[in-house]
Design a protein around this ligand. Sequence first.
Ligand code: F3S
Length: 72
Amino acid sequence: MTAARLRVHVDQEKCQGHNRCYSLAPELFDVDDYGISSAVGDGLVPPELEENARRAVANCPEYAITVAEVEQ
Ligand code: F3S
């Protein structure tokens, strides 16, 4: 049986280092020395953190974060 999981992605061209994503979901996002965010690991979101992932998408002022459903 397959289950859909979410994968987060940060567009680093759009990211301006507001760091709201990291504040909301430090398990899912990493920031570099310039404050630019990237997804942790392969970006796959554990089911219990899906709400946090969606919250990060909604709170990025630059619309730099997207989530996509991937089949497992
Ligand atoms: Fe960048 Fe948006 Fe996070 S601007 S640091 S992806 S809140």
